[in-house]
Design a protein around this ligand. Sequence first.
Ligand code: F6P
Length: 342
Amino acid sequence: MKIGILTSGGDCPGLNAVIRGAVLKGRRKYDIDFVGIRDGWKGLVDADFFPLTTGDVKGLSKVGGTILGTSRTNPYEGDRGGAENIKKTLWGHKVDGVIAIGGEGTLAAAQRLWNDGIPVLGVPKTIDNDLRATDYSFGFDTAVNIATDAMDRLRTTGDSHQRCMVAEVMGRHVGWIALHSGMAAGAHIICIPEVPLTLDDITKQVLAANDRGRAPLVVVAEGFKLEGQDEAYSDRGLDAFNRPRLGGIGEVLAPLIEHATGIETRATVLGHIQRGGSPSSFDRVLATRLGLHAADMVYEGAWGKMVAMKGTEIERVSFEDALGELNEVPAHRYEEASALFG
Ligand code: F6P
């Protein structure tokens, strides 16, 4: 049996650990051959395949990025795209099925290909932790650790100058990174996409922290909207999926906070730093386990499903379940954290 592996969408620490887990177990236990598919769905459409051996995945669990490359390509677009062309490409190269590692967009494409008769299974990836079918996705823990470390640093410089520091983290639709890193770093207010706040709500907490002699730390997710704001802030055009490129709300908030409070306020946008570098040990273990289970699924012919973490166990869920609603921060979790604000 020969299986292709691809990584698609935004990269994420832990992708290489999934690839390593799948290839090592697939080769050693089930005698499966693997090919790497370069740059996500693009490589599938273009038949850009290369052999992937156990030697190629040596030492990969600690390596950030993806050795396969990634892109935000839609496999149904272009002259060579679409299920019938892809079937011909796969069968022509004697590839029996595909392990697709990616987020919402990738898994939606995987589901469509599966419905059109192509054996595909999914491994969820998102630093935002926004997929409901899995309790945690790899990359999230690493992003939270990086953001927390950055905020700890922002706090010492903020303290020295008695400045208000605004830290902007990723989180397009959900505020998990902001909530966890903000709680870990002792933020005085956390702004997430699920909870619109007024400028007044924010400055009240900034002033309360300042009155207690603390240098206020404001944590904001890129997808946060001030009450009354229709769309998340974006001034960087659209990405390949026609989604606005987010980022910059921290820079918008900082002068507003400074003007309203009289406290000098500086913004730091953490951006792609959160997605780069080595995965945390939690993410290495999670990603490796997902890869190992993906190899089991291939052997058992359990296509059309996704591996997911439920509690501490790895389970299989349908693409339908995986692609239902987003994993938003529940109101009670925000409420819980808000006891620490100000
Ligand atoms: O989906 C994960 C994510 O990190 C979002 O938080 C962010 O908006 C997006 O990816 C950025 O993607 P790109 O690197 O393609 O601009």
